[in-house]
Design a protein around this ligand. Structure first.
Ligand code: NAD
Ligand code: IPM
Ligand code: MN
Length: 354
């Protein structure tokens, strides 16, 4: 079981350290960790946010544990050298086209949400976000507009092939959840041609799955409904940009961005499951970096997803999830939840409850 550990920038190393300690505390035989540089740190040391050496390490492993990248000091660099290119490059190079972002309110923890408890209680959503296409990876550039001012442009596109494969992941995910087989595909087909192709291809992919209750929703409405009626959602299937935005929104509905993990998957099989990259959905949080205030729970829960999807260790995944849930129920709170517990303290509290 080979895991590449890529802590990155800001709070990335702080939260990754605690997540690795939780993984090691399980005492799994045959676990080997490999370290690599990514992000602004990698740019400083190697002149590139995703050095060749890091990519080689990631490819040689069964799974990647990723912290976060991003450094305000690097925002002046040309885009290809900015820290964010590390995560975008890894997703593209490793063909991780499916991003699973679960947003769930644990029973009894409704009060962490800013929503009314009766509404918060309903939140159990799996966002299935396409991760290697959309406006993220289209041609982009800057030109001179007709009035002589600067004009930025980014090409948005989705092919039917890209849409079909992510739709299948959503249907499979819905089946595995064992809920009411509800899949809501979120797009902006009333305005965007990209979304019209998306919607048609999702409908086509759903043909052989008549038991799936598929519906379509415009993204603006979805943003509203996730807050007002989250119980209406099971799996949300959406593109790269909308999925990015809606997952931060869903985390706020749960109570904190410091609680949401993610798994980025492709088709590559490993000896024990499927190759994947696991990371919290939050970023490097420069505003609190180096202060020991970051909540490591999202990264710890990402380790649970790694054990489940890449190593076939469902029991250990559930152990970690139960330990986090218990720590929250016992009043362990990160700075993201108006709490007083520091990053290391939270990591220790989770390990004690394993
Ligand atoms: P962010 O997620 O880093 O932070 C948003 C807010 O949430 C901040 O107030 C931060 O303090 C808080 N926060 C985030 N994670 C937290 C945690 N674990 N515990 C406590 N509080 C937490 O988003 P941002 O500020 O928009 O971006 C900062 C940098 O991170 C940017 O450079 C951005 O590009 C990058 N980013 C990287 C990733 C990634 O590596 N996958 C994801 C998102 C943003
Ligand atoms: C995320 C982040 C990334 C994204 C950035 C850092 C490129 O916001 O993982 O949610 O937009 O996908
Ligand atoms: Mn994001």
């Amino acid at each position: 079981m080979k895991v590449a550990v890529l802590p990155g920038d800001g709070i990335g190393p702080e939260v990754t350290r605690e997540a690795v300690k939780v993984l090691e505390a399980l005492g799994l035989p045959g676990l080997t960790l490999f370290d690599g540089d990514v992000g602004g740190v990698a740019y400083e040391r190697h002149g590139h946010p995703l050095p060749e050496e890091t990519l080689t390490i990631a490819k040689a492993c069964d799974a990647v544990l990723f912290g976060a990248v991003g450094d305000p000091d690097c925002d002046k660099l040309e885009r290809s050298l900015r820290p964010e290119q590390a995560i975008l490059g890894l997703r593209k190079e490793l063909e991780l086209f499916a991003n699973l972002r679960p947003a769930k309110v644990f029973p009894g923890l409704e009060h962490l949400s800013p929503l009314k408890p009766d509404i918060a209680r309903q939140i159990d959503i799996m966002i299935v976000r396409e991760l290697t296409g959309d406006v993220y990876f289209g041609d982009k550039g800057e030109r001179v507009a007709s009035d002589g001012s600067r004009e930025g442009w980014d090409m948005m596109s989705y092919s039917e092939t890209e849409v079909r494969r992510i739709a299948l992941v959503a249907f499979r995910t819905s089946r595995a959840r064992g809920d009411k087989l509800r899949v809501t595909s979120v797009d902006k087909a009333n305005v965007l041609e990209t979304s019209q192709v998306w919607r048609d291809a999702v409908n086509e992919a759903a043909g052989p799955h008549p038991d799936i209750a598929l519906s379509h929703m415009y993204v603006d409405n979805a943003a509203m409904q996730i807050i007002t009626n989250p119980g209406a959602f099971g799996v949300i299937l959406t593109g790269n940009l909308f999925g990015d935005i809606l997952s931060d929104l869903a985390s706020a509905a749960v109570g904190s961005i410091g609680l949401l993990p993610s798994a980025s998957m492709g088709d590559r099989a490993t000896e024990f499951g499927r190759f994947g990259l696991y990371e919290p959905i939050h970023g490097s949080a420069p505003d609190i970096a180096g202060q020991g205030k970051a909540n490591p729970m999202a990264t710890i829960l990402s380790v649970a997803m790694m054990l489940r999807h890449s190593f076939g260790r469902e029991d250990e995944a559930l152990r970690i999830e139960a330990a986090v849930e218990k720590a929250l129920a016992d009043g362990i709170r990160g700075g993201d939840l108006d709490g007083t517990h520091g990053c290391e303290e939270i990591g220790a509290a989770v390990r004690e409850r394993l």
